[in-house]
Ligand binder design. Structure first.
Ligand code: FES
Length: 173
């Protein structure tokens, strides 16, 4: 009986460590979002039917800017020709998109340096040296897969959980 009890305690300790590891990640998001308690489970459906290749839209997800970008074949090729293993935050375009639809790039519009909203989603905005997004606050350049390529930002623009609900709509969250 004493042995079983110890086993239970060990299992409980492991589970607690698991929960702790998750909790480390979540506060980073919560800090940027004052209404996180209320909005934590909110999903947003986005109509993507009118976004032409080469265009993007800015919308919001859980009170933060969200970029939905329809990549051109050229932008996809530019992202794919980069050796992802050499990047600051190594990810391929395929890993940053879903369902094999590499032409739909969905990211938060929040610079991973200090949280400014990068340029590049709006018509005529500066897309930076790598053709994706440019954060004017301290000069971070993101590529066509919204991966950090130059400047102080430590991470790629975050890709939220999302799925296609049809050919013309996505559900984010
Ligand atoms: Fe974007 Fe500093 S907040 S570069």
């Amino acid at each position: 009986d004493g042995v079983r009890r110890r086993d239970f305690i060990n299992i409980a300790a492991v589970s607690f460590a698991g929960v702790g590891a998750v909790a480390v990640v979540i506060p980073l998001v919560d800090q940027m979002n004052p209404s996180a308690d209320v909005l934590a489970l909110a999903s947003t459906e986005v109509d993507i039917s009118s976004i032409q290749p080469g265009q993007a839209i800015k919308t919001t997800f859980r009170s933060q800017p969200l970029f939905v970008r329809h990549l051109t074949e050229k932008e996809i090729a530019e992202a794919d020709k980069v050796d992802a293993s050499g990047l600051r935050d190594p990810q391929t375009l395929e890993e940053r998109t879903v369902d094999g639809k590499k032409n739909w790039l969905v990211t938060m519009g929040v610079c991973t340096h200090l949280g400014c909203v990068p340029l590049g989603a709006g018509e005529g905005e500066n897309k930076g040296e790598f053709g994706g997004y440019f954060c004017p606050c301290h000069g971070s350049h993101y590529d066509t897969a919204a991966r950090i390529r130059k400047g102080p930002a430590p991470k790629n623009l975050e890709v939220p959980k999302f799925s296609f609900t049809s050919d013309t709509a996505i559900l984010v969250g």
